[in-house]
Design a binder for this molecule. Sequence first.
Ligand SMILES: Cc1cc2nc3c(=O)[nH]c(=O)nc-3n(C[C@H](O)[C@H](O)[C@H](O)COP(=O)(O)O)c2cc1C
Length: 167
Amino acid sequence: MLLENLVERAPEGLEIVEVAIRDFPFFSQDDESDPPADVVAAKALIQTCDCVLLVSPEYDFGVPGFLKNAVDWLSRPFGDRTLVGRPMAVCGASTGYMGTIRGQLHWRQSWYFFKAPVFSEAELTVSFAAKAFDEERRLTSELYATNVDHFLTALNDWLVRGCTPPK
Ligand SMILES: Cc1cc2nc3c(=O)[nH]c(=O)nc-3n(C[C@H](O)[C@H](O)[C@H](O)COP(=O)(O)O)c2cc1C
């Protein structure tokens, strides 16, 4: 639902497209040289993008396994350029008080390995997610909506500047 709100509220010039990862099988290194069609398609899409935006829940104070599994597929075989050097931004929604911030820090660790710039000029955490969205799947609070807009505008500006800090 957070992703849907991000897509809807994206400022002009920033297009957010969802990468289909739902049907990725469990990663096995035995299969990495012959990946499934869904992985091949996801890689091709990401390679056309300026940035990977992770919209991630937090599981057990860390990253959710299904999304880590997807990143593992997308990063292999070693030397693949889909994620290496590709800028990343992370945000998330969770039912707890901390709104995925611990999981977000874990994601930054993986992008350290990918030698890529990571967006740090704004943070977006949606806590108490069970109450944060209404029946139309939109954010209920003005505060969250404002935070989303600030995050997206800062992200767009950062990308336009070539992932450099503001002057
Ligand atoms: C295995 C599991 C672990 C979870 N761990 C956390 C956690 O560490 N912190 C937190 O705030 N919420 C945690 N939650 C609640 C999730 O944040 C909540 O289920 C999430 O917002 C739902 O997103 P999803 O349906 O996209 O997975 C956990 C949920 C599951 C299923």
